[in-house]
Design a protein around this ligand. Structure first.
Ligand code: GLV
Ligand code: MN
Ligand code: MN
Length: 411
């Protein structure tokens, strides 16, 4: 086979994109629809144009570029995202998009003709760090999330998705469901410790666990920290702390794979000698079993209500994201596993702990993901790292699956 991946070219692009929004001390901050996101989009689109792709942007800013096939048919799409959390690394999302671009470039270099078109895509706001929910662009594109509702979502800085899309110039014309792939593939770093701990090269991802994000707002009463007897307080901070501890207790009691995270916690007025009158926290609950995830949500809601009542406070819960667990296509997962084996790479089947754009495609077309190891299991951390020699096997496997699906006609 003459279609050859150029690992140096791929790594050069990962580092070049990583310079946009680079943080002192390493890592990157490219929050969705920020100026840095716009600059990242501009750069990737320039590369897509140089590769000769036919580029489309849809109404929520998802952008894809397609290399024509011998047949005018639905494309094999390789996609992921280029937005990051505020303390992100260079690989989360970017690897999947740029590995897809490298595969296209390798096809170009070889003068290859595929029966089906092959395209690459990046989706708006996969992270959900600025605007909840996560997987917003891919969710809208595949009909799982409502466009108008998503355009009116307010971010952590008060701006809406719709106004920020317009501001950065990425409110495109293509409609919801304009992207209808033959199949969808995503290469991603694992973002967890399993592959590294087991010294494995490849994860053939079987699906994604369910995700539930909620925001709790507790209203109490501020008063003097020195003069107010403990029994007379309506301490919103205390209720928030109890909810946070309960979230951990749920994860402990339910056991693996239940996880629970309080990632944002804010009390106000936030002064040393004032009992907090308001507290806001977010809780991220995940489980591979939807029934168990529902039980976790119910237990936390009941407990939040009880804690608030006991302190004479009010609590309100708002859902920020709710996605059921997703299973990937068994045939494609099998192809990933067998290509990995035939290339001599160690491989295991595994679920994904993180959310991914691929999960939004799974109900609509055959979909699967390839994982490569993450050093020390770290992600959403500026020290996120996957060595080039650990990236290469993932791109090799992805290329084989793409060629299997798109079919080489000539080269
Ligand atoms: C998305 O990156 C997630 O939080 O899983
Ligand atoms: Mn990601
Ligand atoms: Mn991420």
């Amino acid at each position: 086979m003459n279609v050859q991946i150029n690992l140096n070219r791929l790594m050069g692009r990962i580092f070049a994109l990583g310079e946009i929004g680079a943080l002192h001390g390493g890592g990157v901050k490219r929050l969705a629809l920020s100026d840095e996101d716009r600059a990242g989009r501009d750069l990737v689109i320039k590369w897509m144009e140089e590769a000769g792709l036919q580029i489309t942007t849809d109404v929520i800013g998802n952008t894809w570029g397609v290399r024509a096939g011998f047949e005018d048919a639905a494309p094999v799409i390789i996609g992921s995202h280029i937005d990051t959390v505020a303390t992100g690394g260079l690989y989360d999302g970017a690897l999947g998009v740029l590995a897809g671009l490298e595969i296209i470039q390798a096809l170009n270099d070889a003068g290859a003709v595929t029966r089906l078109p092959v395209g690459i895509a990046f989706f708006t706001n996969e992270e959900g760090a600025r605007f909840a929910p996560d997987m917003m662009g891919s969710g809208v594109a595949q009909g799982a999330l409502d466009l108008d509702e998503m355009l009116s979502v307010q971010g952590i800085d008060g701006k809406t998705v719709g106004e920020e899309l317009l501001r950065i110039g990425y409110a495109g014309k293509a409609s919801v469901l304009a992207l209808r792939p033959h199949c969808f593939l995503e290469l991603h770093i694992e973002q967890g410790p399993v592959l590294e701990a087991e010294s494995l090269a490849i994860g053939a991802v079987t699906g994604v666990q369910g995700i539930s994000w909620a925001e709790y707002v507790i209203e109490g009463q501020s008063c003097h920290a020195g003069t107010t007897p403990m029994v007379m307080r309506h301490d919103a901070g205390l209720v928030a702390a109890q909810i946070a501890v309960e979230a951990r207790a749920i994860a402990n009691d339910f056991g693996s794979p239940q996880v629970a995270t309080v990632g944002m916690f804010d009390v106000s007025p936030g002064l040393v000698n004032v009992v907090p009158e308001r507290a806001v926290l977010t809780v991220d609950l995940r489980n591979t079993c939807d029934e168990t995830l529902k039980k976790a949500e119910e237990r936390l809601n009941r407990a939040a209500e009880d804690f608030a009542v006991a302190q004479g406070c009010k609590v309100q819960r708002r859902s920020l994201a709710r996605f059921a667990p997703v299973k990937f296509d068994l045939g494609l997962v099998g192809e990933i596993e067998s290509h990995a084996k035939s290339l001599g790479y160690s491989v295991r089947l595994m679920p994904s702990g993180a959310g991914h754009d691929a999960q939004m495609f799974a109900p609509n077309c055959p979909t699967a993901m390839v994982f490569v190891p993450s050093k020390d299991g770290l992600s959403h951390n500026i020290n996120e790292f996957t060595a080039p020699e650990h990236i290469a096997p993932g791109v090799d496997v992805l290329l084989r699956v793409v060629l299997g699906q798109a079919e080489l006609v000539s080269q």
